[in-house]
Design a protein around this ligand. Sequence first.
Ligand SMILES: CC/C=C\C/C=C\C/C=C\C/C=C\C/C=C\CCCC(=O)SCCNC(=O)CCNC(=O)[C@H](O)C(C)(C)COP(=O)(O)OP(=O)(O)OC[C@H]1O[C@@H](n2cnc3c(N)ncnc32)[C@H](O)[C@@H]1OP(=O)(O)O
Ligand SMILES: Cc1cc2nc3c(=O)[nH]c(=O)nc-3n(C[C@H](O)[C@H](O)[C@H](O)COP(=O)(O)OP(=O)(O)OC[C@H]3O[C@@H](n4cnc5c(N)ncnc54)[C@H](O)[C@@H]3O)c2cc1C
Length: 664
Amino acid sequence: MEEIDHLGHERSKIEFDVEAMKIVWAGSQRALEVSDRISRLVASDPIFRKDDRTILSRKELFNTTLRKSAHAWKRIIELRLTEEEASRLRFYIDQPAFMDLHWGMFIPAIKGQGTEEQQKKWLPLAYKMQIIGCYAQTELGHGSNVQGLETTATFDPKTDEFILHSPTLTSSKWWPGGLGKASTHALIYSRLITDGQDHGVHGFIVQLRSLDDHLPLPGITIGDIGIKFGNGAYNSMDNGVLRFDHVRIPRDQMLMRVSQVTREGKYLQSDVPRQLVYGTMVYVRQTIVSDASCALSRAVCIATRYSAVRRQFGSQDGGPETQVIDYKTQQNRLFPLLASAYAYRFVGEWLKWLYTDVTQRLQANDFSTLPEAHACTAGLKSLTTSATADGIEECRKLCGGHGYLCSSGLPELFAVYIPACTYEGDNIVLLLQVSRFLMKTVSQLGSGIKPVGTTAYMGQVEHLMQCHCDVQRAEDWLKPSVILAAFQARAARMSVACAQNLSKFSSQEEGFAELSADLVEAAVAHCQLIVVTKYIEKLQQAIPGKGVKEQLAALCNIYALSLIHKHQGDFLANGCITPKQASLVNWQLRSLYAQVRPNVIGLVDAFNYTDHYLGSILGRYDGNVYPKLYEEAWKDPLNDSVVPDGYHEFIRPMLKQQLRTARL
Ligand SMILES: CC/C=C\C/C=C\C/C=C\C/C=C\C/C=C\CCCC(=O)SCCNC(=O)CCNC(=O)[C@H](O)C(C)(C)COP(=O)(O)OP(=O)(O)OC[C@H]1O[C@@H](n2cnc3c(N)ncnc32)[C@H](O)[C@@H]1OP(=O)(O)O
Ligand SMILES: Cc1cc2nc3c(=O)[nH]c(=O)nc-3n(C[C@H](O)[C@H](O)[C@H](O)COP(=O)(O)OP(=O)(O)OC[C@H]3O[C@@H](n4cnc5c(N)ncnc54)[C@H](O)[C@@H]3O)c2cc1C
């Protein structure tokens, strides 16, 4: 029987080349081919099914994680998948697992902080999965404050070993993914002590479990920290707890690229900046920005397709009711999220370039761009994950009641995504890092040090402090130069205001503490400027395909103008725009919504997500929502029996008792 495309009418209205847009979203024709092939491979393999995840017990869920990871590894070997293909495989399997930390943090940390010799020894074992590693930094007592970690690694010159020890309860390692049950090894961040002196936090490779029977090695206490938020969701991950009781490891298991301990126990610091110990976090924060565009686009795809299927009110003469996507309020909530998904995609691409560039420079001992890379990765990780977490929840609400069903895919997506606002750096703590960087930049203005990179706009601070926005008609808001000028003026004015207020305090530290809320807002303004700038730069490139660039330009304008609307307090209070210009933003936004409305199904189809990956009845490609929701309900284990278990024990006696009371 031929399948009916319930969204066919929508698809017939699309005014641009969806296939060409798929290439833009994927990054290249080749990336699209890889993504498409691997997503179908995963969707067609029953071992990778995920429709039962929310009803499995924790043990069953973890067992599926192990099965899926082992099967994925088998497929990687059998099909000789490249690193890129293997990473796509992990992405489409879509189940948080110890493998993420092994490939995503353990290996990068050894690459970034190990000497050549250490890399030669450990990387082949890790690449072949002969050892499984995790990244164990956070402790029960300290996560954000890395310098406050308490685990100690004391050098014993007699045996040429470090002694790893957990001196307090709060020094227990707590949270590392993969640590609880799967890892054989860990990168342990602990205080280095030589000759009674504390040299601060350093990384050590430590074997935790036997490679023969997986039992913890002597002196090691290890387990899972317990169930986390939401059904299924992040509970497939074995976040762990670990304590050391005087565990000895050879000296050459301290990662020694940044600093070394000699055979005699002498501590040597190389020319490499200490902050490189934090390098793995910079790498992962960069990947998290691209991940944000994936998570947000997934929620938006579900909410957009469903909003086109769902009808409510507005029927005239017995005709069909209004598609909820045609309500302006629905568009005003949904389309900026669609635009944000594209914006984060492009800023993620740029951040990847920035990270590659800084890595190449570091290899040549050029550390000049490290502060900017840290500020950009920290700030953009914070901005995009916060907006994505809020955006997923907004998409759930956009789907009305059915969005609350697990079969909509949205509750699980929300539950699995929200810790991104916390892990790899709490979002507020990271924004405070950005504001430190901004305050330093402002303090150097006029000193002859020219701001570069993402702070180059500060070089025109005098102009930005007094310029006026050049908008008279709503269409003027479509000019990239006008948008950029408004965002630059807002960011510069907020940073300068903070710097001026900071100077009123007797110490920088006191000022930072008192003004931290304002500093965070200034950091957000700077990060939003980066996203807008990188999107506008993307549009300056050649983008083939009928109508593709026009749609991307409309989304760019929606992204920027919806931010001006949302943060109009900032723009107005700082005198960057007038109240009249703020109201023209709304006029222009409404016109942009009308422009993209016929194309929104095409814009979400361009993500090229399979129904398996979306995991949502509401977001099905064919829009066949109601029969499938109805069918799905009957699969719930509660419907296995018509009369529920427990009827005779609880319901019946209650009913009978009421009967007796009523008769009395
Ligand atoms: C088949 C499978 C295939 C593939 C898998 C592939 C990929 C998967 C990818 C990834 C996996 C993704 C997700 C997994 C999910 C979860 C993982 C979660 C892991 C974690 O959470 S790990 C723990 C993370 N912890 C944190 O982020 C802690 C946050 N805190 C900090 O970073 C710091 O302590 C701090 C920055 C807040 C403060 O540090 P400090 O007190 O030492 O520093 P100061 O504020 O005094 O600053 C001093 C100086 O240093 C600069 N600085 C700080 N940090 C950095 C940095 N990272 N890089 C460079 N410079 C840095 C700072 O700016 C100051 O400079 P200044 O010039 O002196 O001002
Ligand atoms: C799902 C998940 C997976 C994780 N995986 C790993 C892992 O693999 N390896 C690992 O090592 N760790 C991991 N972590 C730990 C994670 O990195 C930390 O939880 C995170 O860095 C936040 O630190 P914290 O818990 O100490 O938060 P806290 O710092 O205690 O934050 C609590 C509150 O205090 C605020 N706050 C803290 N400091 C300041 C400040 N200076 N100014 C203003 N406000 C402040 C925060 O904004 C927050 O609101 C994981 C965590 C989660 C949730």
